[in-house]
Write a protein that binds this ligand. Structure first.
Ligand SMILES: *Cc1c(COP(=O)(O)O)cnc(C)c1O
Length: 485
């Protein structure tokens, strides 16, 4: 197949070329879904290696389409971690699902503009429909409430904080102060900086031994800020911290926000999906009391990147924050029930993100999602039980919303904290170098620990046992090295 013909200036391929090209790509993707378990999840490459592989000058002349494709499939795609691999335990994995991948292909293939009602009434309607599903799932009012799909959780948090600032502070936020715990996700701090807050307006509240925000300290600081004439305007709670899966005391924080007339934002980017599991939803009590809630379908709702979501109690908060009326959009304003999502968030041109959420939920059914999330929570609990029975391992934070933190700490050895940190750091390093599993460390209460985030419904307890056994070999090696010196 070659584009070296006289139609290349229209950026087109012939019908046969398009089909050949497309089928080939589908075959690659299907092959990946079928065989990813037998691949290694880790890609390691230095800048030098990637430079020598990929650097080239601007291609002025056309090349063979299939050669370009082959190059990408052989050199580009394999040099990325497989975040949907069953042994991809780190960060927040991206299990994804094939139906949504195809839905994204449709959205891109038809290049649906999902900014305004007039451009694609059905795309806007599907965003309303799926947003209503999410509002219902989280116990938000479906008539009055609203929301918007974003590129991810970071953009959802940013959109929430812009809205909170507009609604609570108006134009002058010079005295406004905002509160979040030391375990809150870094995207919140980023968002607070983006919206123009100074360091002096940000209050990082310490967490307790269970990694929950300290309510006493939170209340003390709010009271003190009031006495100093400041304007406490927003508390950000975590519903599933990224480190440990910990949920802040949502009802108690909701009470504080009510009493203090503050905005209640919940960052449920990671953990929100647990609302669908009986063994998870009890931890999320009070989530429905938020003014705004971030969830991230490209995490635990098994969607491919990118789709985040912000839900709000009152949809008019979004339009009154983001609505601008430039003259060139005059003709497409329409009536109020016909939502222009460009008026509800930051982006004007938006891809059709609702489609994958819609198609995958319809195809598999909510019941399947519930089962998958329930399975994930159970899997983390089984892992905890496994580790507790071992003389080699110690739990640092128990299985919570499918996240568990632990460290190699064999009984009967008198190891210092430094030695333990070093052993665990090296276990992670060695397993990563083996590429067999993606398992990195985090730091909790000053200790280097291994962290697993088990949201892949295709990860089995056998996978985990297998990884732990590999870690134990590395741990033993480390131990010998230390005791021999
Ligand atoms: C992942 C995460 C985010 C950021 O979401 P992105 O989709 O990566 O932008 C925000 N908050 C929490 C709690 C997260 O786990």
């Amino acid at each position: 197949m070659s584009t070296k013909n006289n139609t290349s200036h229209t950026l087109t391929l012939s019908k046969e070329e398009m089909q050949q090209y497309g089928y080939k790509i589908i075959d690659h993707i299907v092959d990946h879904f079928e065989n990813q378990n037998s691949k290694k999840p880790v890609a390691l490459a230095t800048r030098e290696e990637m430079d020598s592989l990929l650097t080239e000058s601007i291609p002025n002349q056309p090349s063979s389409a299939s050669e370009v494709l082959d190059f990408v499939m052989n050199q580009v795609i394999p040099n990325s971690n497989i975040v949907s691999h069953p042994k991809s335990y780190s960060f927040v994995p991206g299990p994804s699902n094939y139906v949504s991948v195809m839905a994204d292909t449709i959205a891109t293939g038809f290049n649906i503009f999902s900014g305004g009602w007039a451009a694609s009434p059905a795309a806007a309607e599907l965003e309303i429909v799926t947003m209503n599903w999410l509002l219902e799932i989280f116990g938000f009012p479906t008539k009055k409430g609203g929301g918007i799909f974003t590129s991810g959780g970071s953009m959802a948090n940013l959109t929430a904080l812009v809205t909170a600032r507009r609604i609570k502070c108006g134009d002058d936020f010079s005295k406004a102060t905002i509160y979040l715990s030391d375990q809150a996700h870094s995207s919140n701090i980023k968002a607070i900086k983006v919206i123009g807050f100074k360091k002096e307006q940000i209050r990082i509240i310490p967490t307790d031994m269970e990694f929950k925000i300290s309510l006493n300290k939170l209340k003390n600081i709010i009271a003190k800020d009031r006495l100093e004439g400041l304007q406490p305007f927003c508390i950000i709670a975590s519903a599933g911290t990224t480190n440990t899966g910990t949920v802040d005391p949502l009802n108690e924080i909701a009470d504080i926000c009510e009493n203090e007339n503050m905005w209640f934002h919940i960052d449920g980017a990671y953990g929100g999906a647990a609302i669908l599991a009986e063994n998870g939803q009890h931890l999320l009590k009070g989530i429905e009391r938020a003014d705004s809630l971030t969830v991230d379908p490209h995490k635990w709702f098994y969607q491919p990147y990118e789709i985040g979501c912000l839900l709000v109690k009152n949809h008019s908060w979004l339009s009154s924050t983001f609505s601008e009326k430039p003259e060139y959009l005059r003709d497409i304003e329409g009536n109020e029930s016909e939502i222009n999502f460009y008026d509800h968030g930051i982006q004007l041109t938006r891809r059709f993100r609702a489609l994958k959420f819609y198609m995958s939920l319809k195809t598999f059914g909510l019941a399947s999602f519930k089962k998958a999330i329930t399975y994930n929570i159970n899997l983390a609990e089984q892992t905890e039980a496994l580790l507790r029975k071992s003389v080699l391992w110690e739990i640092t934070s128990p299985a919570t919303l499918a996240i568990i933190n632990f460290r190699y700490h064999p009984i009967g050895h008198n190891l210092s904290e430094e030695e333990l940190d070093q052993i665990n750091q090296n276990i992670s390093k060695k397993i990563t170098q083996s590429k067999e599993a993606l398992l990195v460390t985090t730091v909790l209460q000053g200790q280097v620990v291994l962290r697993m985030c088990l949201i892949n419904p295709r990860t089995t307890i056998e996978d985990i046992k297998n990884t732990l056994e590999q870690c134990e070999i590395y741990g033993q090696e480390q131990l010998l090295e230390i005791t021999n010196t």
